[in-house]
Write a protein that binds this ligand. Structure first.
Ligand code: MLT
Length: 273
Protein backbone atom coordinates (compact mmCIF):
# COMPACT_ATOMS: atom_id res chain seq x y z
CA UNK A 1 0.00 0.00 0.00
CA UNK A 2 1.13 3.55 -0.44
CA UNK A 3 -0.42 6.82 0.42
CA UNK A 4 0.32 10.48 0.00
CA UNK A 5 1.33 11.64 3.45
CA UNK A 6 2.41 15.26 3.86
CA UNK A 7 4.99 15.92 1.15
CA UNK A 8 6.04 12.39 0.24
CA UNK A 9 4.51 9.05 -0.72
CA UNK A 10 4.87 6.75 2.25
CA UNK A 11 4.84 3.01 1.71
CA UNK A 12 3.62 0.73 4.47
CA UNK A 13 2.49 -2.77 5.30
CA UNK A 14 -0.82 -3.44 6.95
CA UNK A 15 -2.46 -6.82 7.25
CA UNK A 16 -5.79 -5.07 6.79
CA UNK A 17 -4.64 -4.74 3.20
CA UNK A 18 -5.71 -8.37 2.75
CA UNK A 19 -9.08 -9.18 1.31
CA UNK A 20 -11.77 -9.47 3.95
CA UNK A 21 -13.35 -12.86 4.41
CA UNK A 22 -16.67 -12.47 6.16
CA UNK A 23 -17.84 -15.75 7.66
CA UNK A 24 -21.49 -16.25 8.65
CA UNK A 25 -22.28 -19.09 11.04
CA UNK A 26 -25.13 -21.62 10.85
CA UNK A 27 -28.04 -22.40 13.17
CA UNK A 28 -27.99 -22.50 16.20
CA UNK A 29 -24.27 -21.84 16.33
CA UNK A 30 -22.06 -18.78 16.59
CA UNK A 31 -18.77 -17.44 15.25
CA UNK A 32 -16.81 -19.91 17.41
CA UNK A 33 -17.64 -22.53 14.77
CA UNK A 34 -15.01 -20.83 12.56
CA UNK A 35 -12.23 -21.48 15.08
CA UNK A 36 -10.17 -23.59 12.67
CA UNK A 37 -10.47 -20.89 10.01
CA UNK A 38 -9.58 -18.07 12.44
CA UNK A 39 -6.48 -20.08 13.42
CA UNK A 40 -5.29 -21.14 9.99
CA UNK A 41 -6.35 -18.43 7.54
CA UNK A 42 -5.26 -15.06 8.98
CA UNK A 43 -2.23 -15.02 6.64
CA UNK A 44 -4.44 -15.06 3.57
CA UNK A 45 -7.37 -12.89 4.62
CA UNK A 46 -8.68 -10.50 7.21
CA UNK A 47 -11.42 -12.60 8.77
CA UNK A 48 -14.55 -11.04 10.20
CA UNK A 49 -16.96 -13.49 11.83
CA UNK A 50 -20.01 -11.99 13.51
CA UNK A 51 -22.36 -13.59 16.01
CA UNK A 52 -25.80 -13.05 14.49
CA UNK A 53 -28.41 -11.32 16.65
CA UNK A 54 -29.63 -13.73 19.33
CA UNK A 55 -26.55 -15.94 18.91
CA UNK A 56 -23.20 -16.25 20.70
CA UNK A 57 -22.18 -13.10 22.54
CA UNK A 58 -24.43 -10.78 20.55
CA UNK A 59 -27.52 -9.44 22.33
CA UNK A 60 -30.49 -11.79 22.58
CA UNK A 61 -32.83 -9.29 20.98
CA UNK A 62 -36.43 -10.46 20.61
CA UNK A 63 -37.79 -11.24 17.14
CA UNK A 64 -39.06 -11.07 14.55
CA UNK A 65 -35.90 -11.91 12.59
CA UNK A 66 -35.53 -12.29 8.85
CA UNK A 67 -32.77 -13.04 6.35
CA UNK A 68 -33.00 -9.37 5.31
CA UNK A 69 -32.48 -8.23 8.91
CA UNK A 70 -29.50 -10.58 9.36
CA UNK A 71 -27.84 -9.33 6.19
CA UNK A 72 -28.57 -5.70 7.09
CA UNK A 73 -26.86 -6.37 10.43
CA UNK A 74 -23.83 -7.63 8.50
CA UNK A 75 -23.79 -4.60 6.18
CA UNK A 76 -23.93 -2.48 9.34
CA UNK A 77 -20.94 -4.31 10.79
CA UNK A 78 -18.92 -3.73 7.59
CA UNK A 79 -19.85 -0.05 7.74
CA UNK A 80 -18.81 0.10 11.39
CA UNK A 81 -15.44 -1.46 10.44
CA UNK A 82 -15.08 1.00 7.51
CA UNK A 83 -14.80 -1.88 5.07
CA UNK A 84 -16.13 -0.24 1.90
CA UNK A 85 -14.52 -2.44 -0.72
CA UNK A 86 -16.01 -5.75 -1.80
CA UNK A 87 -15.42 -8.72 0.51
CA UNK A 88 -15.62 -12.47 0.16
CA UNK A 89 -18.82 -13.56 1.87
CA UNK A 90 -18.91 -17.11 3.18
CA UNK A 91 -21.83 -18.72 4.95
CA UNK A 92 -22.56 -22.18 6.27
CA UNK A 93 -26.09 -23.53 6.07
CA UNK A 94 -28.29 -20.72 7.47
CA UNK A 95 -25.23 -18.53 6.97
CA UNK A 96 -25.43 -19.47 3.28
CA UNK A 97 -29.10 -18.43 3.14
CA UNK A 98 -27.96 -15.07 4.54
CA UNK A 99 -25.01 -14.86 2.12
CA UNK A 100 -27.39 -15.29 -0.84
CA UNK A 101 -29.72 -12.62 0.55
CA UNK A 102 -26.72 -10.33 1.12
CA UNK A 103 -25.55 -10.87 -2.46
CA UNK A 104 -29.00 -10.09 -3.81
CA UNK A 105 -29.22 -6.76 -2.01
CA UNK A 106 -25.58 -5.67 -1.77
CA UNK A 107 -23.94 -7.14 -4.89
CA UNK A 108 -21.42 -4.29 -5.05
CA UNK A 109 -20.09 -5.32 -1.64
CA UNK A 110 -19.34 -8.91 -2.71
CA UNK A 111 -16.09 -10.00 -4.43
CA UNK A 112 -16.77 -13.71 -4.13
CA UNK A 113 -19.09 -16.16 -2.40
CA UNK A 114 -18.41 -19.27 -0.36
CA UNK A 115 -21.53 -21.39 0.09
CA UNK A 116 -20.92 -24.20 2.58
CA UNK A 117 -23.40 -26.94 3.50
CA UNK A 118 -26.26 -24.85 2.18
CA UNK A 119 -29.01 -24.70 -0.42
CA UNK A 120 -30.75 -22.08 -2.55
CA UNK A 121 -34.36 -23.22 -2.24
CA UNK A 122 -36.96 -22.06 0.28
CA UNK A 123 -38.59 -24.39 2.83
CA UNK A 124 -41.19 -26.84 1.54
CA UNK A 125 -44.65 -26.84 3.17
CA UNK A 126 -43.47 -29.77 5.28
CA UNK A 127 -40.32 -27.90 6.18
CA UNK A 128 -42.33 -24.85 7.26
CA UNK A 129 -44.55 -27.04 9.45
CA UNK A 130 -41.43 -28.53 11.07
CA UNK A 131 -40.17 -25.00 11.81
CA UNK A 132 -43.50 -24.13 13.45
CA UNK A 133 -43.31 -27.26 15.59
CA UNK A 134 -39.73 -26.46 16.59
CA UNK A 135 -40.73 -22.87 17.48
CA UNK A 136 -43.55 -24.17 19.69
CA UNK A 137 -41.12 -26.55 21.40
CA UNK A 138 -38.53 -23.82 21.95
CA UNK A 139 -41.23 -21.52 23.41
CA UNK A 140 -42.50 -24.18 25.80
CA UNK A 141 -39.30 -25.99 26.75
CA UNK A 142 -36.37 -23.76 25.81
CA UNK A 143 -33.59 -24.59 23.39
CA UNK A 144 -32.42 -27.92 24.91
CA UNK A 145 -34.74 -30.17 22.86
CA UNK A 146 -33.77 -28.34 19.64
CA UNK A 147 -30.08 -28.87 20.39
CA UNK A 148 -30.65 -32.52 21.34
CA UNK A 149 -32.60 -33.10 18.11
CA UNK A 150 -29.95 -31.53 15.91
CA UNK A 151 -26.79 -32.98 17.39
CA UNK A 152 -27.10 -36.52 15.99
CA UNK A 153 -27.71 -35.18 12.46
CA UNK A 154 -24.93 -32.62 12.36
CA UNK A 155 -21.83 -34.62 11.55
CA UNK A 156 -20.45 -37.65 9.74
CA UNK A 157 -20.24 -40.86 11.84
CA UNK A 158 -16.45 -40.60 12.21
CA UNK A 159 -16.76 -37.10 13.69
CA UNK A 160 -18.88 -38.41 16.59
CA UNK A 161 -15.90 -40.49 17.69
CA UNK A 162 -14.01 -37.28 18.35
CA UNK A 163 -15.21 -36.16 21.80
CA UNK A 164 -13.49 -32.83 21.42
CA UNK A 165 -15.56 -31.86 18.36
CA UNK A 166 -18.80 -33.19 19.87
CA UNK A 167 -18.30 -31.24 23.09
CA UNK A 168 -17.21 -28.13 21.22
CA UNK A 169 -20.29 -28.11 19.00
CA UNK A 170 -22.65 -28.98 21.87
CA UNK A 171 -21.29 -26.14 23.96
CA UNK A 172 -21.77 -23.65 21.13
CA UNK A 173 -25.36 -24.77 20.55
CA UNK A 174 -26.15 -24.64 24.26
CA UNK A 175 -25.09 -20.98 24.19
CA UNK A 176 -27.81 -19.96 21.74
CA UNK A 177 -30.56 -17.88 23.33
CA UNK A 178 -34.23 -18.81 23.19
CA UNK A 179 -34.94 -15.54 21.35
CA UNK A 180 -32.22 -16.35 18.84
CA UNK A 181 -33.42 -19.89 18.19
CA UNK A 182 -37.05 -18.86 17.77
CA UNK A 183 -36.12 -15.85 15.65
CA UNK A 184 -33.82 -17.84 13.37
CA UNK A 185 -36.33 -20.68 12.93
CA UNK A 186 -38.98 -18.19 11.80
CA UNK A 187 -36.49 -16.40 9.54
CA UNK A 188 -35.54 -19.70 7.87
CA UNK A 189 -39.22 -20.67 7.51
CA UNK A 190 -40.03 -17.39 5.79
CA UNK A 191 -36.90 -17.04 3.68
CA UNK A 192 -37.42 -16.40 -0.01
CA UNK A 193 -36.39 -18.84 -2.71
CA UNK A 194 -32.89 -17.86 -3.83
CA UNK A 195 -32.90 -20.22 -6.83
CA UNK A 196 -33.65 -17.39 -9.32
CA UNK A 197 -30.66 -15.46 -7.92
CA UNK A 198 -28.16 -18.18 -8.85
CA UNK A 199 -27.97 -17.43 -12.58
CA UNK A 200 -27.37 -13.75 -11.78
CA UNK A 201 -24.37 -14.31 -9.54
CA UNK A 202 -21.49 -12.71 -11.40
CA UNK A 203 -18.73 -13.27 -8.85
CA UNK A 204 -16.65 -16.44 -8.49
CA UNK A 205 -18.34 -18.85 -6.10
CA UNK A 206 -16.90 -21.70 -4.08
CA UNK A 207 -19.36 -24.36 -2.97
CA UNK A 208 -18.21 -26.72 -0.22
CA UNK A 209 -20.33 -29.64 0.94
CA UNK A 210 -19.78 -32.64 3.17
CA UNK A 211 -20.24 -35.94 1.32
CA UNK A 212 -22.26 -37.21 4.29
CA UNK A 213 -24.40 -34.16 5.07
CA UNK A 214 -27.69 -35.44 6.55
CA UNK A 215 -29.30 -32.03 6.97
CA UNK A 216 -28.84 -30.71 3.43
CA UNK A 217 -28.21 -33.34 0.75
CA UNK A 218 -25.22 -33.05 -1.58
CA UNK A 219 -27.61 -32.83 -4.54
CA UNK A 220 -28.52 -29.30 -3.38
CA UNK A 221 -24.88 -28.23 -3.68
CA UNK A 222 -24.60 -29.85 -7.10
CA UNK A 223 -27.72 -27.97 -8.26
CA UNK A 224 -26.22 -24.65 -7.12
CA UNK A 225 -22.93 -25.46 -8.84
CA UNK A 226 -24.83 -26.12 -12.08
CA UNK A 227 -26.86 -22.90 -11.86
CA UNK A 228 -24.17 -20.39 -10.81
CA UNK A 229 -22.12 -19.31 -13.86
CA UNK A 230 -18.67 -19.28 -12.21
CA UNK A 231 -18.92 -21.93 -9.50
CA UNK A 232 -16.54 -24.57 -8.24
CA UNK A 233 -17.80 -27.44 -6.06
CA UNK A 234 -15.58 -29.16 -3.50
CA UNK A 235 -17.08 -32.30 -1.95
CA UNK A 236 -15.49 -33.03 1.42
CA UNK A 237 -15.17 -36.72 2.28
CA UNK A 238 -15.87 -37.92 5.83
CA UNK A 239 -17.74 -34.73 6.63
CA UNK A 240 -21.39 -34.07 7.43
CA UNK A 241 -23.01 -30.67 7.88
CA UNK A 242 -19.93 -28.99 9.44
CA UNK A 243 -17.15 -29.59 6.88
CA UNK A 244 -15.11 -26.62 8.15
CA UNK A 245 -14.85 -28.24 11.59
CA UNK A 246 -14.87 -31.92 10.65
CA UNK A 247 -12.23 -31.64 7.91
CA UNK A 248 -10.61 -28.23 8.48
CA UNK A 249 -7.53 -28.92 6.32
CA UNK A 250 -9.58 -29.78 3.24
CA UNK A 251 -11.93 -26.86 3.86
CA UNK A 252 -9.10 -24.38 4.43
CA UNK A 253 -7.15 -25.56 1.37
CA UNK A 254 -10.26 -25.01 -0.75
CA UNK A 255 -10.64 -21.49 0.67
CA UNK A 256 -6.97 -20.63 0.10
CA UNK A 257 -7.14 -21.86 -3.52
CA UNK A 258 -10.31 -19.86 -4.01
CA UNK A 259 -8.82 -16.65 -2.61
CA UNK A 260 -5.77 -17.10 -4.86
CA UNK A 261 -7.98 -17.62 -7.90
CA UNK A 262 -9.84 -14.43 -7.00
CA UNK A 263 -6.59 -12.48 -7.07
CA UNK A 264 -5.82 -13.86 -10.53
CA UNK A 265 -9.36 -13.02 -11.59
CA UNK A 266 -8.74 -9.41 -10.43
CA UNK A 267 -5.50 -9.22 -12.38
CA UNK A 268 -7.21 -10.51 -15.53
CA UNK A 269 -9.82 -7.83 -15.13
CA UNK A 270 -7.15 -5.18 -14.70
CA UNK A 271 -5.65 -6.23 -18.06
CA UNK A 272 -8.93 -5.89 -19.86
CA UNK A 273 -9.68 -2.43 -18.55
C1 MLT B 1 -28.33 -24.73 9.74
O1 MLT B 1 -27.53 -25.65 9.90
O2 MLT B 1 -27.97 -23.53 9.68
C2 MLT B 1 -29.77 -25.08 9.65
O3 MLT B 1 -29.97 -26.33 10.20
C3 MLT B 1 -30.26 -25.07 8.27
C4 MLT B 1 -31.72 -25.35 8.19
O4 MLT B 1 -32.33 -25.81 9.18
O5 MLT B 1 -32.30 -25.11 7.13
Amino acid sequence: MSNQIDDFTMSYQDTCDQITLLLIHGFPLDSAMWEMQMQELPDVARIVAPDLRGHGRSDAVPGPYSMKLFSDDIAGLLDYLNIDGPVVVGGLSMGGYIALDFYRRYPERVAGLILAATRAGADSEEGKAARDAAIATARAEGTAPIVAGMLPKLMAPASYEDDEIVEFVTEIMEGASQEGVIGALAAMRDRPDSTPTLAEIDVPTLIVHGAEDKIIPLSEAQAMADAIPDAHLVVVPDAGHLPNLEQPDIFNDAVVDFLESLEEHDHDHAHHH
